[in-house]
Design a protein around this ligand. Structure first.
Ligand SMILES: O=C(O)c1ccccc1N[C@@H]1O[C@H](COP(=O)(O)O)[C@@H](O)[C@H]1O
Length: 207
């Protein structure tokens, strides 16, 4: 199972979170987010996959960030089209398309993105596009029968382990941890993350 920790920006905190057992680290390039990274992060982790999170950004802007932030993945958290995802293919980065799930129809909307995405990310609907700290109804995922693996996101926090243990889906590939582990916007509690990630990876999903 993949564990992504998102919304990082402080160099010392990035170094701490690098030691927690996380696999991927996310950096948010959306200026309305309280986790917005302006410019290039002072420190970029060497041992984790780096994910840039964008909301309706232009292709040239994302291409610039891929180079400057040495990204392995781009996470598209806005209203980006399947065609936009396809245009990112030649950059060589992997593409994660985020979907806010409210109804079974929202799940169906993933279908046209299948050829152009490496992962999907399922999140809670909110007007800020992400980082709501709220969970959505995971039962909706019974309607997802696609082939693209997904990360579960939205409001995961230190009390979520039991619910995660009870969750099953053949395409479930990992989790995304963000505001539920923060001491302040963009500053994660590394000790709490370490404990949580260790327990999560110890349980039956560690394959
Ligand atoms: O975290 C943000 O501020 C943010 C802003 C705009 C788009 C995405 C954002 N974060 C992503 O939101 C989800 C869920 O976060 P949370 O656990 O509910 O706080 C996560 O995938 C972040 O990558």
């Amino acid at each position: 199972m993949i564990v992504k920790v998102c919304g990082m920006r402080d160099a010392e905190n990035i170094r701490q979170v690098e030691q927690t057992g996380a696999d991927w680290m996310g950096f948010i390039d959306y200026d309305r987010s309280p986790r917005y990274v302006k410019g290039v992060p002072e420190y970029l982790p060497a041992s984790l996959q780096k994910v840039g999170v964008f909301v309706n950004a232009s292709l040239p802007h994302i291409q610039e960030r891929i180079a400057d932030w040495r990204l392995d993945f781009v996470q598209l958290h806005g209203k980006e089209s399947p065609d936009f995802c396809q245009q990112l293919r030649p950059t060589g980065v992997k593409v994660i398309k985020a979907f806010s799930l409210h109804t079974p129809e929202d799940v169906q909307a993933t279908e046209e993105y299948v050829p152009y995405c490496d992962y999907f990310l399922f999140d809670t609907p909110c007007k800020e596009y992400g980082g709501s700290g709220k969970t959505f109804d995971w039962e909706l995922l019974t309607h997802y029968q696609g082939s693209v693996p997904f990360l579960l996101s939205g409001g995961l926090n230190p009390t979520s382990l039991e619910a995660l243990s009870a969750f099953h889906h053949p395409q479930w590939a990992g989790i995304d941890l963000n505001s539920g582990f923060e001491q302040a916007p963009g500053i994660k509690d590394a000790a709490s993350l370490s404990t949580f990630i260790h327990s999560f990876k110890q349980n039956k999903y560690n394959f």
